[in-house]
Design a protein around this ligand. Structure first.
Ligand SMILES: Nc1ncnc2c1ncn2[C@@H]1O[C@H](COP(=O)(O)OP(=O)(O)OP(=O)(O)O)[C@@H](O)[C@H]1O
Ligand SMILES: [Mg+2]
Length: 237
């Protein structure tokens, strides 16, 4: 049997509230497993909105969002949360780290919600903490002094790296990254992308990467301009 696509979107429509105009109208979008995709679009064009729909954080106003063959828009809110924990690592534009937890506890958090991610994280490492440390070390964040700190005491670039290790732990099939490099310097940006690509390569994960940084675009095999797939972006509303 052929494998289902990582992501398949059909006739997607979205508006934030009834009184507001539609933000997105996308007829089809298909992403194969293992693809690495760069998504660009002007500020306010709906990139973060689209990612939240793909992750089942929000529900579409119309149409279907299939993730690994599951129509997540038909799942209950609790099952959507569970499905997301199992299959999607999300690096949010504003990180969403848990302020009262340490760096290490933030990174291992998805494994508290998802048994499958915990199993995968510990399959290759002696403990969950060791796997978290391996990822943090790749991002130059394994300093003894850093890992036990509350995340509120980190710089923005450091928080971005913690959010990345948290998305990668337990090898979810899909990694979604919303502007993950905006607060990193150019050396760190390269290291960051190397880690992201290496981890995705090793686990066969699909990567969706949103950025304004056109310099990074050439490193990706497929590019999507949101304005080109969003019919509302071309004045066809
Ligand atoms: N919670 C919300 N309620 C109502 N409207 C919203 C909400 N969040 C975003 N919007 C609107 O939806 C549209 C798309 O916003 P979105 O955050 O997806 O843009 P973006 O492409 O990610 O922009 P940026 O590059 O600045 O992050 C904008 O017009 C924005 O004002
Ligand atoms: Mg955004």
């Amino acid at each position: 049997m052929p494998q289902t696509a990582a992501i398949e979107v059909k006739n997607l429509r979205f508006r934030w509230r009834k009184a507001l105009p539609e933000v997105l109208r996308i007829e089809t979008l298909e992403v194969a497993r293992g693809e690495r995709i760069f998504i660009r679009g002007a500020s306010g064009s709906g990139k973060s909105t689209l990612l939240a729909l793909l992750a089942g954080v929000n529900l579409p106003t119309g149409g279907e969002v299939n993730i690994l063959g599951e129509a997540i828009n038909r799942l209950s809110s609790a099952r959507r949360d569970h499905y997301r924990s199992d299959h999607i690592g999300f690096i949010f534009q504003l990180f969403n780290l848990i302020p009262y937890l340490s760096v290490l506890d933030n990174v291992t958090l998805p494994c508290r919600f998802s048994r499958s991610r915990k199993e995968r994280a510990t399959a290759s490492a002696t403990s969950l903490q060791d796997e978290a440390m391996r990822l943090l070390a790749h991002l130059d964040m394994a300093d003894e002094d850093l890992i036990d700190r509350p995340v509120t005491e980190l710089s923005v670039g450091q928080q971005q790296r913690v959010a990345t290790a948290r998305a990668l732990i337990g090898a979810p099939e899909i990694i979604i990254a919303d502007e993950p490099t905006s607060a990193l310097d150019s050396d760190m940006r390269q290291a960051f992308l190397r880690l992201l690509f290496q981890e995705c390569e090793e686990t066969g994960s699909t990567l969706l990467f949103v950025s304004h940084d056109r310099q990074l675009e050439s490193l990706f095999e497929r590019h999507i301009a949101l304005d080109e797939i969003n019919r509302l972006g071309r004045g066809e509303a």
